[in-house]
Design a protein around this ligand. Structure first.
Ligand SMILES: Cc1ncc(C[n+]2csc(CCOP(=O)(O)OP(=O)(O)O)c2C)c(N)n1
Ligand SMILES: [Mg+2]
Length: 892
């Protein structure tokens, strides 16, 4: 039975079958493969028109896609490249083994790069462009845990020193260290793409290739033959992110995209598809999605056997075996291969009778054969109209022999004993003395040696070293705050949501002469929800093919306009894909030297919690831009209920070190934050990014209050918007976003009903206030003899009186994080628990953050301070209709 295929029905008329097959042979001989394919397609269509269910087969035979007769000769110096590769291999192994010898448990991976060395090295010597003249070159996503291989190559090119290698995974010591995996945050001159969280590399690579086209079609970037290469593991393909966006690559004809899937048939615990065949499965998947598939299964040694086998049994045997068996063939040696693989049929045994067991063991898989790899890459690079995936069959732990080749434990092997290292040294012909094996010495020939010269020369001809991250400082003219006058002036009483206020800011930025074209609005099919539909017409939706139809609303002014140079990335319903675009756009300053400014606007609930790991990778990649969490707030997005109402994204945002998060209440606050954000990111070159929540509740937007401290307060996280006019405030009320209105109402009630004066503060960022406080605290801790620094929060609050009641649409922990600097004054109210569908007033009462609940909380605090009668508070609950024994929203 053929794996991953539909089982063939019984042949009821073999003679007739034979006639058809011969006719096909004749067509192929006379008319060639294209003619044969044409006829086959016609037959399939015809059969379909009679209702015959004939899906076109998505699998081809378990053979190389490129027949040996179509191969071109290898253009490099094979011998010297082999030597170079051996040196890279040795140093990659030595790096891991050495690190673990002297630092038990520090980790690292040997077997992954061992399986992909040829795949990487052929690329390094012949394909991966460092630059195209003054343009940045190819963008290569390396498999994260194959990093020792990339370090070893950089070492041989004299880009890294021996000290670097000795300090693999030891970044915090005196000498320079190397990060475990590709982390631009930790090695900003070296790594471009954080790939080690599986699935994120593949999806980001797809959207990178798409964004490259976007920049070209919008004439922001000149067209070059530059490619995006993505190396992925076969196990990694099980991540939904890896395969979830394949169709967009085909739909967009991304022939600038090449995936190389390292099919070593194993993942961490064991085989990827022990009972099946991962290459065939992936072939179906990619072909079905519209990709060009190149299978690279067998090395050149097999060509001879395939040519010699007239029985067809060799191909049959190749098809019969499941991956678990293929793994055995590599782990158990030549005699086993003879008995279990060839031994199944006497004809096959005969086929290899002139070969020794050693020769059988050495029969190479395609991914280890430079000629085959070269040919696959060449085809991929030359292919037009489709993205290409190369399914390269390899052996996990290749070259490690009994120490790990094909073993289930190989992924985590970090140590090798002396004997195993000796074997490796011998196999790779490493000219170090035997004693040096004990200390796991690195080996690098002199700089003027043929190997090093060759490696350097190849990279020079290809335009420069890789991986490399080269960043030119950005210096955009960011408009001054005054230019956001519309937002600063307020809405003159007109009810306007912060989402509308943001869209107005965005529209104005799009009109800016310098910045306008660099703005990249990204929306996952919620443009209308956020009131952004007018942008469809203003700047059009990007569509690489233009608009091939007359839109149904073409008669209307604001019709759905798609255009080849459209600016909006309307992604459809894919938050992960949108984040891929945000990542490509937010790192374009580094990868293309083009400082695009992405604004990704999404349902805040489907942000950090859904695609948090991609946001983490964005942070690592030093991405810049604005994440806009719209329809935010657990009680402000009314009616939507449990799955939509976000009351925690700010808590999650606080976990990302270079993400500044804000929960603004007013249009002018948003203007201040965005203006300053652009200044910091695109003028000061700070590697930070922003998360702003915006809401859909309409209310009058006030003008920005006078005073220098307002801007500072907004940016640092808190400022007073309403000081008590009835004498010294006895209560401090903090509010954010829509809940600030409840807080202001509470201020009125407190005075009108209880004659208690209070101040109201807008807290724009609990997270920033805490970071500032922590930084001061740390400095004070480390400098006990010096005058202590005072956090901004304390500077603001120290001259005020009374309890602080904080209320927000977010979990209480957001405000509680400031408790250490509030001297016991803070009481946090917030929306802990699952959301409900109801209207805002019910929701706010339920979560105890409406004005009345805030008032009662304030009174309770005063009572606790013996400044108010607790019975009067109980009475207030009664008067407000709040049942003190109502269900706890946090637990219900
Ligand atoms: C999201 C995620 N889950 C788990 C891991 C841990 N992990 C690292 S490598 C690996 C196995 C990888 O197998 P494969 O993709 O086949 O790569 P190979 O090493 O075989 O080339 C796992 C599970 C990870 N890095 N990322
Ligand atoms: Mg694998």
């Amino acid at each position: 039975m053929l794996r991953n295929r539909v089982e063939k029905p019984e042949d009821l008329n073999p003679v007739e079958t034979q006639e058809w097959l011969e006719a096909l042979d004749h067509v192929i001989d006379e008319g060639g493969p294209d003619r044969a394919r044409y006829l086959l397609e016609r037959l399939v269509y015809r059969a379909a028109s009679f209702g015959v269910p004939t899906a076109l087969q998505t699998n081809s035979a378990y053979l190389n896609t490129i027949p040996v007769e179509d191969e071109v000769p290898f253009p490099g110096d094979r011998e010297i490249e082999r030597r170079l590769k051996s040196l890279v291999r040795w140093n990659a192994v030595a790096m891991v083994v050495r690190a673990n010898k002297y630092n038990d448990g520090i980790g690292g991976h040997i077997s992954t790069f061992a399986s992909s060395a040829t795949l990487v090295e052929v690329g390094m010597n012949h394909f991966f462009r460092g630059s195209y003249g003054d343009q940045p070159g190819d963008l290569v996503y390396f498999q994260g845990h194959a990093s020792p291989g990339m370090y070893a190559r950089a070492f041989l090119e004299y880009r890294l020193s021996e000290d670097h290698l000795k300090n693999f995974r030891q970044e915090l010591r005196d000498k320079p260290g190397l990060s475990s995996y590709p982390h631009p945050w930790l090695m900003p001159d070296f790594w471009q793409f954080p790939t080690v969280s599986m699935g994120i590399g593949p999806i980001n690579a797809i959207y990178q290739a798409r964004f490259m086209r976007y920049l070209e079609n919008r004439n922001i970037l000149p067209k070059t033959p530059r490619k995006v290469w993505a190396f992925c593991g076969d196990g990694e393909m099980d991540e939904p992110e890896s395969t979830g966006s394949l169709s967009i690559a085909a739909r967009e004809h991304l022939d600038n995209l090449i995936f190389v899937i390292n099919c070593n048939l194993q993942r961490l615990d064991g085989p990827v598809r022990g009972n099946g065949n991962i290459i065939q499965e992936l072939e179906s998947l990619y072909r079905g999605a519209g990709w060009n598939v190149i299978k690279l299964i067998w090395g050149s040694d097999w060509d001879r056997l395939l040519a010699k086998d007239k029985s067809g049994l060799l191909i049959r045997r190749m098809h019969e075996c499941v991956d678990g068996e293929f793994q055995n063939f590599k782990a158990r040696g030549g005699a086993y291969v003879r008995k279990e693989f060839f031994g199944k049929y006497p004809e096959l045994l005969k086929l290899v009778e002139d070969m020794t067991d050693d020769e059988l063991a050495r029969l190479k898989r395609g991914g280890h054969d430079p000629v085959k790899v070269y040919n696959a890459y060449k085809r991929a690079v030359e292919h037009t109209g489709q993205p290409t995936v190369i399914l390269a069959k390899t052996v996990k732990g290749y070259g490690m022999g009994e120490a790990g080749e094909g073993r289930n434990t190989t992924h985590q092997q970090k140590k090798m004993n002396e004997q195993e290292l000796m074997k490796l040294r011998q196999r790779f012909e490493i000219p170090i003395p035997e004693e040096a094996v004990t200390t796991v010495s690195f080996y690098r020939p002199p700089e003027d040696s043929p190997e090093v010269q060759y490696a350097k020369q190849r990279r020079k001809e290809l335009g420069g070293p890789l991986p490399a991250r080269r960043v030119q400082p950005v210096s955009l003219n960011i408009p001054a705050l005054e230019e956001f006058s519309e937002s600063l002036a307020g809405s003159q009483g007109r009810p306007v949501s912060t989402t509308m206020a943001f869209v107005a800011i965005l529209k104005n930025l799009l009109k800016d002469k310098e910045l306008g074209k660099l703005i990249v609005p990204i929306i996952p099919d919620e443009g209308r929800t956020f009131g952004m539909e007018s942008l469809f017409r203003q700047i059009a939706i990007y569509a690489s093919q233009g608009q091939l139809y007359k839109p149904v609303d073409s008669e209307q002014f604001l019709y759905y306009k798609e255009s080849r140079d459209g600016q909006i990335l309307e992604e459809g319903i894919t938050e992960a894909g949108s984040m891929g675009s945000f990542t490509a756009a937010g790192t374009a300053y580094a990868n293309y030297g083009v400082p695009t400014i992405p604004f990704y606007i999404f349902y805040s609930m489907f942000g950090f919690q859904r695609i948090g790991d991609m946001i983490w990778a964005f942070a690592d990649a030093r991405g810049r831009g604005f994440l806009m969490g719209a329809t935010a707030g657990r009680t402000t997005l009314n009616g939507k209920g449990l799955q939509h109402e976000d009351g925690h994204s700010h808590v999650l945002a606080s976990t990302v070190p270079n993400c500044l998060s804000y929960d603004p209440a007013y249009a002018y606050e948003i203007a201040v934050i965005i203006q300053d954000g652009m200044r910091r990111m695109y003028q000061n070159n700070e590697d930070i990014f922003y998360y702003l929540t915006i809401q859909n509740e309409n209310y009058a937007q006030p003008p920005m209050p006078q005073g220098d401290d307002v801007r500072e307060g907004i940016l640092k996280g808190l400022y007073r918007i309403s000081a008590s006019s009835q004498g010294p405030a006895r209560i401090q009320l903090w509010g954010s976003a829509s809940i600030l209105n409840e807080t202001l109402r509470a201020q009125t009630i407190l005075w009108d009903k209880f004659q208690i004066p209070s101040d109201v503060w807008s807290v724009t960022s609990y997270n920033e206030l805490r970071r500032d406080a922590l930084a001061c605290e740390r400095w004070n801790r480390l400098h006990p003899t010096e005058a202590p620094r005072k956090p901004f929060l304390q500077q603001q609050m120290e001259h005020t009186q009374g309890p602080i009641i904080a209320a927000s649409d977010y979990m209480k922990v957001l405000a509680d994080q400031l408790a250490p600097w509030c001297a016991g004054r803070l009481l946090a109210l917030g929306a802990d628990g699952f959301g409900r569908s109801d209207s805002r007033n019910y929701l706010r009462r339920f979560f105890e953050i409406d004005a009345e609940s805030i008032v009662c909380a304030a009174l309770t605090q005063l009572a606790r301070w013996n400044q108010f009668d607790p019975h009067r508070v109980a009475q207030a609950y009664h008067e407000f209709g709040i049942d003190p024994d109502k269900k706890d929203p946090a637990r219900s």
